[in-house]
Design a protein around this ligand. Structure first.
Ligand SMILES: Nc1ncnc2c1ncn2[C@@H]1O[C@H](COP(=O)(O)OP(=O)(O)O)[C@@H](O)[C@H]1O
Ligand SMILES: [Mg+2]
Length: 341
């Protein structure tokens, strides 16, 4: 059965997040909606500063309640979670939703062994003995591919390599068999070979544990490798989304074209040189009601100063003024997809 026929696990509707700052409120996330079905892998991709982390942290209740204002509706397993008391939200995190952050050192405490930390995490949610929790920690470390887990369990974080630490964090996130794993750039701090191993691990975990995964990345190559569905984020908005195969075959948004053109070639026969999108993403205070990408877009026009219309192609959609008539030729000029095949 296709994952989109499975029940909806997480349903995000019109999520907006703004921060109170010295210069007034800045809106970092604008009217973001997406769904994750059981067992599916959704990737949220975009350059740094596009609002990916703020989106995920705020829906998990991990934003700074003093400065952030969160609007919209989020339900997990059919129940609204945005207004839950902190204690209930904490119990959902770790038990039903596991979080894997970019920097494994922030998730681990330097002064305790990784085995102790995983066991504590288990015991915070499950009523089992310290001994049983430790055995489970050893098992989990084996499952995430640490060699000799019986010995690794007594190591301190600094005694492990970056890749091993990230595996330990993944083991911790998995410790309660969560229905949803949220991984925020889990491979960014790792070198390329270890990156590939961690992505393989996530795919295997989905297979073995059936967890759905939200994978945040700035790397379109990572999306192509693991995700079934993709949401492209820019300047606080989801500017394009759809099945990964569709988005890669026929990307609708010029920003997606730019991200795709910046994927490193697998062979010398692809694009001659790696392109990157000229210019910088805007900070939230620079974005008005129009398209946030317009200042960097080769195809921008006066209509882009207004809120961009939603274009649809089956299950795929994009926020852009370009229509079906003119898009193919422009895309072919910006991103010669056939040549890349
Ligand atoms: N606590 C905060 N106060 C003010 N602005 C913030 C805060 N946290 C994040 N931002 C801003 O929100 C924007 C989106 O940030 P973030 O979600 O971390 O981007 P990404 O994860 O896509 O790199 C950035 O411009 C960032 O500066
Ligand atoms: Mg981030």
């Amino acid at each position: 059965m296709a994952t989109s026929d499975k029940p909806i696990l997480l349903d995000v509707n019109g999520l907006s997040v703004s921060f109170a700052t010295d210069r007034g409120p800045v809106q970092a996330v604008r009217d973001v909606s997406f769904r994750v079905h059981e067992g599916e892998i959704l990737s949220i991709v975009g350059e740094s500063g596009s609002g990916k982390s703020v989106t995920l942290l705020s829906l998990l209740g991990l934003h700074d309640a003093k400065t952030a204002r969160v609007d919209g509706a989020v339900s997990f397993k059919g129940k609204p979670i945005l207004d839950l008391p902190a204690s209930q939200m904490r119990s959902i995190r770790g038990k039903e939703i596991g979080l894997i952050s970019q920097d494994p050192m922030t998730a681990l405490t330097p002064v305790y062994t990784i085995g102790w930390q995983i066991a504590e995490q288990i015991r915070a949610h499950e009523n089992i003995s310290a001994r049983a929790a430790r055995l489970r920690a050893v098992e989990l470390l084996g499952e995430v591919g640490l060699s000799n887990p019986g010995e690794a369990v007594d190591r301190y974080p600094h005694q492990l390599s970056g890749g091993m630490r990230q595996r330990a964090v993944i083991a911790m996130a998995l410790s309660c068999n969560p229905a949803l794993l949220v991984a925020d750039e889990p491979t960014t701090a790792l070198d390329v070979t270890v990156q590939a191993q961690v992505l393989d691990l996530l795919l295997r975990l989905r297979k073995d544990f059936g967890s759905a995964i939200i994978l945040i990345t700035h790397d379109m190559g990572v999306v192509a490798e693991v995700a079934e569905h993709v949401a492209v984020m820019y300047a606080g908005r989801i500017v394009e989304r759809g099945d990964t195969d569709d988005v890669f075959a026929r990307p609708l948004h010029p920003y997606t074209w730019g991200l795709m053109a910046s994927i490193p070639p697998l062979t010398g026969t692809r694009l001659e040189k790696l392109r990157s999108i000229p210019g910088m993403p805007p900070t939230p205070d620079m974005i008005g009601k129009g398209c946030g990408f317009a200042p960097r877009c080769d195809f921008a026009r006066s209509a882009c100063a207004e809120r961009p219309p939603l274009q649809r192609a089956g299950d795929q959609s994009a926020l852009c003024v370009l229509d079906d008539e003119e898009r193919p030729a422009l895309r072919q000029a910006a991103l010669p997809i056939e040549e890349m095949a």
